[in-house]
Design a protein around this ligand. Structure first.
Ligand SMILES: C[S@@+](CC[C@H](N)C(=O)[O-])C[C@H]1O[C@@H](n2cnc3c(N)ncnc32)[C@H](O)[C@@H]1O
Length: 257
């Protein structure tokens, strides 16, 4: 993967943002438990984790494939991959980490994986038809793909991003599309749908500071607290006086080849 292939967010990725992201992981861990149940990994299976981030769930998944299985995990952000590799090494787990994007799986042969797992990364895919075609290709016949991601722009987070000078550019980094378009693209790729739903979930933060730190880390630094004016900061503090709860529309799928 070359520097120019990297999505904008990954180019901004830094070791500091990646570590900050690790501290903010409670929400993802709760959801991951459910997604791991849904994928029902079995010992001996060969799997691909798309958008593995800092690898905490990847390690959980790898353990479920033992003995005999194998896990490959991809992410375009080299700083997150560094942490993921260290996590796996600390737990004596053999996971192959590769810097790559979900829409370009050229490095993998056809019919390689029993299943694909992706947690809170699919909304970062910029070419969804390419992603669906590629994931279908690399799955074995009868293989499954399980994913959960953000389904619609999170209104409160978009309000924060709108305070940034590069707002228009930032808004190009994610893909959000209707249920109808999703289903058309999924069928066109050849998948059959077992589950495809839009749960409403909540992001909870202890205070405004935690919310702003999370927004910075999750947007790979597209949102920056240091770019906020005093007035903007006061406006934010007024809007979120105590605990912060942000509802959003998630999207979850279990698809079969
Ligand atoms: C919210 S994190 C989720 C990480 C991990 N799966 C978890 O739940 O903790 C989203 C990840 O998607 C990665 N990402 C961004 N663009 C991507 C793409 N085009 N293909 C695959 N992953 C991508 C980011 O680098 C980031 O690590």
């Amino acid at each position: 993967m070359t520097e120019t292939d990297l999505p904008m967010g990954s180019k901004r990725g830094t070791a500091e943002l990646a570590s900050s992201y690790v501290r903010m992981r409670a929400f993802q861990e709760n959801r991951a438990r459910k997604l791991l149940e849904l994928v029902a990994a079995r010992p001996g299976e060969i799997a691909l984790d798309i958008g593995c981030g800092t690898g905490e769930q990847t390690c959980d998944l790898a353990r479920r494939l033992l003995p005999g299985g194998a896990l490959v995990a991809i992410d375009p952000d080299p700083s997150r991959l560094d942490i993921a590799r260290q996590n796996a090494a600390d737990q004596w787990l053999e996971i192959e980490f590769i810097q790559a994007r979900g829409e370009d799986l050229r490095g993998f042969e056809t019919d390689r994986f029993d299943f694909i797992y992706s947690s809170y990364s699919v909304h970062w895919i910029t070419d969804m038809p390419a992603f669906l075609a590629e994931t279908y290709r690399v799955l074995k016949s009868g293989g499954r793909m399980v994913f959960e991601c953000v389904g619609e722009p999170v209104h409160k987070i978009v309000e924060l991003l709108a305070m940034m000078p590069s707002f228009d550019e930032i808004m190009q980094e994610n893909t959000f599309q209707s249920d109808e378009i999703w289903r058309e693209q999924i069928s066109a790729a050849g998948f059959s749908i077992e589950l495809f739903d839009w749960p409403v979930l909540e992001l909870e933060f202890a205070d405004v500071g935690a919310m702003l730190e999370w927004t910075e880390a999750t947007s790979h630094g597209a949102f920056r607290r240091d770019l906020l004016s005093g007035e903007q900061m006061a406006e934010i503090r007024q809007q979120y006086p105590a605990d912060v709860v942000i509802p959003f529309q998630a999207l979850r799928g279990l698809l079969w080849k």
